[in-house]
Design a protein around this ligand. Structure first.
Ligand code: HPA
Length: 270
């Protein structure tokens, strides 16, 4: 708690009293939303005390403060993954700092593999629920009472009102928006065919290596959450093929304008 407060105090000093209303976490290949933001302050993770430092090349590691649709936002350009070797507490550290900075709602994006046969590469999927298959979660250990309760409810993890608003925005903008369950796995290897089949059988529509820890930490602090996956590769038995990071980035780039529109309009409506 002391480390969180120290980081928040440092950031507050740097941004000269700017109070973000919404927090946004951008996933692999989805950093372009930042182009839509009127940036006021941009801090490198490396300069923020206690902040973990990003190791993935496709993530740039900056905390950006500015306005999107005339609303104050803070954006994590680059996130921390369990597979990089961070502890769950490190993975969610920035989300907790965002809350201390005043954030009232959290928006999360990620790249994910498609398990639902009705999906296509570059589809967007709104998360309606999740399954945590990471080997741990950020709430294990002594509860930080200042942040939330010991046994947080998870019956409505993803804010239903924002899901409905997103469906209307997509309809008005004339693109398909899928809905489904996201399962988080440790990675960094992609799954075997048998694992994809298993993940599909347990009820997941998309699989990825992020999001769930941050969402758990946000719900612990009672922050409403909206999360979206970009389906970067299809993993059903008939469509699975070798994927390279370049393919994932290409599929994410194709979906990015739709994702950006969706998050911007959703923020406008809050
Ligand atoms: N599995 C896990 N994570 C992913 C995938 C996948 O197939 N695609 C993009 N992120």
């Amino acid at each position: 708690m002391q480390q969180l407060q120290e980081s928040a105090a440092f950031i507050q000093q740097q941004v000269e009293g700017f109070t973000p209303e919404f927090g946004i976490i951008l996933g692999t290949g989805l950093g372009g939303l930042v182009k839509e933001i009127e940036v006021q302050y941009s801090l490198s993770y490396a300069d923020i005390p206690n902040f973990p430092v990003s190791t993935v090349e496709s993530h740039s590691g900056r905390l950006i403060f500015g306005t999107l649709a005339k609303r104050n936002v803070v954006v994590m350009q680059g996130r921390f993954h369990y597979y990089e070797g961070y502890t769950m507490n490190q993975v969610v550290f920035p989300v907790r700092v965002m809350k201390l900075l005043g954030v009232q709602k959290l928006f999360v994006s990620n790249a994910a593999g498609g398990l639902n046969p009705q999906f296509e590469t570059s589809d967007l999927m709104v998360l309606t629920d999740h399954i945590n298959l990471l080997p741990g979660n950020p709430l294990v250990g002594r509860n930080l009472e200042e942040l939330g309760v010991r046994f947080p409810d998870m019956s409505e993890v993803y804010d239903e009102k924002m899901i409905r608003q997103a469906m209307v925005i997509a309809e008005d903008a004339d693109f398909d928006l899928q809905e489904g369950v996201y399962v988080s796995v440790p990675g960094p290897m992609l799954e075997t065919k048998a694992e994809y089949r298993y993940l599909s059988m347990i009820g997941a529509d998309a699989v990825g290596m992020s999001t769930v820890p941050e969402v758990i930490a946000a719900r612990h602090m009672d922050l409403p959450v909206f999360a979206i996956s970009v389906i970067t590769d299809m993993c059903t038995p008939d469509r699975i093929k070798k994927v390279a990071l370049a393919d994932i980035l290409e599929a994410a780039a194709k979906a990015e304008p739709r994702m950006t529109l969706l998050i911007r309009e959703l923020i406008r409506q809050q």
